[in-house]
Design a protein around this ligand. Structure first.
Ligand code: NAP
Length: 526
């Protein structure tokens, strides 16, 4: 039974789950259908009553829902349009909905600070008598003046204070978490940053002092920008295990939204029982990222476009091969705070090949002369392969050939030769219809395709039809990630599990055709 809210004891913060799933729906029936599905795995839910045209109509169902689910903890929210919500009614109508929600068993009500400020204190007292009040403040533009805002919030009595801002940089997450650390010993706080750049705080806020974090019921169900799906928070980010000893890692680049690295690396950490979490870090400036490395701190980074070259100047040391390649995709932060750089794209190329042939003396053609091609060329030379380079822009190809002591070939020269391996290190094929080489030009035993979306490029299809062995971009992606894992943890990587989740995610993307819309973001390879 939902119990009589008038006499309900105040819930202790320590008893609350770490994730609150925000539920939105335009009808009461749909809202409670969703709540039914969510509550089995997540007892704390927020009902966004303001999404329903007549929120009051949902409340009798709330009582029934709580009778069936006595374990459920419900936050009733009816945010007004002026405060970023959908409720068009008056302040009095908002309060009436919240009081009624409490009367029907909702243990918490959310009241925006703007509404609280306009209320008579006796009305606020009435609400507090009915349910625990979460006094919230949302800044939909920035992360600023948190302490000043909080000071004005605490002028109003509440059971919980919720501070939500918008991250315009990665460092805004640090600002939010420092705020939580300053105040969470004296007040019951919930705090996080919205927006794509707010992921760090959505995951790590719980160890900075936020009593819980918010999640969406699933992809496409977000009630705020940047909200992570509850399943991902539990299964991938393992939010329930995050503590002071959890080491944070991440993939840094611009863009990173479609990177498969968080899924792959969090799978690896979970499989090997490592107390670590791996986050997407959308950095619009390298200086922003570097400040976070120090202050969060981040223990390791996967570096992706456009920072693979630029990061090198900020590192304390790199291995000789990374220096030759001139690009770094992996950073580890040592205990003394120093940053060391590696290039694991080399392992991504060399390892799959070594499983199939002896590289010493093997004839390998690399098509392309960009960053990935450089990792392939220098890595293969180091293993004693005979390396050939072909590139659209002759001068760039010749320059790399000179630097690596490889041979540059024109397209006509290439056609007359036979290779053990041909590697496509260009993005041609990402649109699914083009191939950098024709069927006749695939004069090799093994094709190595670096592109991994789509999983089967035109070139891969041609190679399979010709009975060539094929190494896919997904295998490279997994192997470069496996090497990162080893550098960070000193343990062998669970490459099979990593490969399994990457292939499944690529198949899921192919099934819903999402790769067609992802454009440049698919270049996010690590
Ligand atoms: P990059 O530095 O931009 O280099 C691109 C190379 O491709 C250049 O040599 C460029 O030639 C050539 N190119 C671009 N468009 C072309 C076209 N239409 N026709 C012919 N050549 C073209 O890129 P990158 O970082 O080396 O990445 C290359 C590919 O490898 C990307 O698709 C990336 O996703 C993939 N990759 C995959 C992994 C993995 O783990 N699977 C890892 C790293 C990279 P010009 O010199 O003439 O411009």
């Amino acid at each position: 039974m939902a119990g009589n809210p008038q006499h309900m004891p105040r819930l202790l913060p320590l008893r609350l789950p770490r994730v609150c799933v925000a539920i939105m729906a335009t009808t009461a029936a749909e809202m409670f259908e969703k709540a039914e599905a969510v509550v089995k795995d997540n007892s704390l839910i927020e009902l966004r009553l303001d999404y329903i045209r007549q929120p009051g109509t949902a409340l009798p169902r709330l009582r029934r829902f709580l009778e069936y689910h006595p374990e459920a903890l419900v936050i009733a929210t009816c945010r007004r349009v002026a405060h970023g919500g959908k409720f068009r009614g008056s302040l009095a109508a908002q309060v009436a909905v919240l009081v009624k929600a409490a009367a029907n068993g909702s243990q918490f009500v959310d009241l925006e600070m703007g509404s609280a400020a306009a209320l008579k204190s006796k009305d606020l007292d009435r609400l507090r008598a009915a349910a625990a009040v979460i006094l919230s403040f949302h800044d939909f533009r920035a992360t600023r003046k948190l302490d000043e805002t909080f000071q004005s919030m605490t002028a109003f009595p509440a059971d919980y204070y919720k501070m939500v801002s918008t991250a315009n940089s990665l460092y805004d997450n640090v600002v939010m978490m420092k705020f939580l650390e300053r105040h969470s010993d004296k007040h019951s706080l919930i705090g996080l940053c919205m927006g794509e750049q707010g992921t760090i705080s959505r995951v790590l806020c719980v160890r900075a002092g936020s009593i819980f974090t918010f999640a969406s019921a699933g992809p496409g169900e977000e009630t705020a920008p940047g909200q992570i799906a509850a399943r991902a928070l539990h299964d991938s980010y393992r939010i329930d295990q995050i503590d002071a000893a959890t080491k944070a890692y991440g993939v840094a680049g611009d863009p990173v939204a479609h990177s498969l690295s968080p899924l792959m690396m969090n799978t690896a950490f979970r499989r090997e029982n490592i107390n670590a979490v791996y986050l997407p870090l959308h950095a619009s400036k390298l200086s922003d990222l570097l400040a976070c490395v120090r202050d969060i701190p981040l223990h390791g980074l996967s570096i992706t476009l456009p920072y693979k070259q630029e990061i090198i100047q900020y590192l304390d040391n790199t291995d000789p091969l990374t220096e030759k390649i001139g690009a770094c995709n992996t950073v580890i932060r040592a205990q003394d705070g120093k940053l060391y750089g590696y290039n694991t794209d080399v392992a991504g190329v060399v390892r799959p090949l070594e499983q199939r042939l002896h590289l010493a003396g093997a004839k390998v053609l690399v098509v392309g002369a960009g960053g990935a091609a450089r990792a392939a060329v220098f890595g293969l030379k180091e293993r004693g392969a005979e390396v050939f380079i072909m590139n659209r822009t002759t001068s760039a190809g010749q320059k790399l050939a000179r630097q690596a002591r490889a041979k540059f070939l024109t397209r006509t020269q290439m056609r007359g030769l036979q290779f053990d391996v041909i590697i496509n290190a260009t993005p041609v094929g990402m649109n699914g219809t083009l191939s950098p080489l024709s069927e006749k030009e695939l004069n090799a035993r093994i094709l190595f395709e670096m592109v991994y979306t789509p999983a089967e490029t035109k070139l891969v299809k041609i190679a399979r039809a010709k009975d060539l062995q094929v190494i896919t971009g997904a295998e490279m992606f997994v192997q470069q990630g496996a090497r990162q894992f080893e550098i960070w943890t000193g343990k062998p990587a669970p490459a099979d599990d990593m490969q399994r989740v990457v292939i499944a995610a690529l198949q899921a993307r192919a099934a819903n055709g999402s790769h067609k819309n992802q454009g440049a973001s698919e270049l996010v390879a690590s």
